[in-house]
Ligand binder design. Structure first.
Ligand code: ZN
Length: 150
């Protein structure tokens, strides 16, 4: 288990150091800001929709390693997904970090996101890991006001 945990930590460290899709998206169809006041995490998530498909996802902002890595992994796994698929992954990820994984299938679909399983043991970090997802969820729901985890 500890080797697995080290591997997971490596994924988080790598994404924190070299975040994917960390940029302003000029042709975004939607964007929204998300805050986690408890930790000070603050991001803007950008999405470009093509019909029902998430053609592109990016983010900017700052926060702790967990939140930044989570936003980075999220942005890389959601590209090309439909809204329904994204909703499923949101539910799977939420289950993972709150310690109630949805199903074996869900775990498999999560892939790299499984790196965040350890977060469920640290309640204070759950909001860090889930902030990018809650922000994305609000974007896909068509909301435009900033969201907060509190
Ligand atoms: Zn944080």
């Amino acid at each position: 288990m500890s080797a697995l945990r080290d591997l997971y930590q490596q994924v988080i460290l790598d994404h924190n150091r070299n975040p994917k899709n960390f940029r302003v998206m000029q042709d975004a169809t939607r964007s929204i800001e998300g805050y986690n006041p408890l930790c000070g995490d603050h991001y803007t998530v950008y999405v470009r929709m093509e019909g029902d498909v998430i053609a592109d996802v990016s983010f900017t902002g700052a926060g702790c390693a967990i939140s930044k890595a989570s936003a980075s992994v999220m942005s890389s796994v959601l590209k090309g997904k439909t809204l329904a698929e994204a909703e499923g992954m949101f539910q799977d990820f939420h289950g993972l970090v709150t310690g109630v994984p949805s199903s074996e299938d869900g775990m498999e679909r999560l892939g790299k996101l499984a790196a965040f399983a350890g977060v469920s043991e640290f309640p204070a970090r759950v909001k860090c890991a889930s902030l990018p997802w809650h922000t994305l969820h609000a974007v896909l729901d068509g909301k435009s006001r900033p969201i907060t985890t509190e």
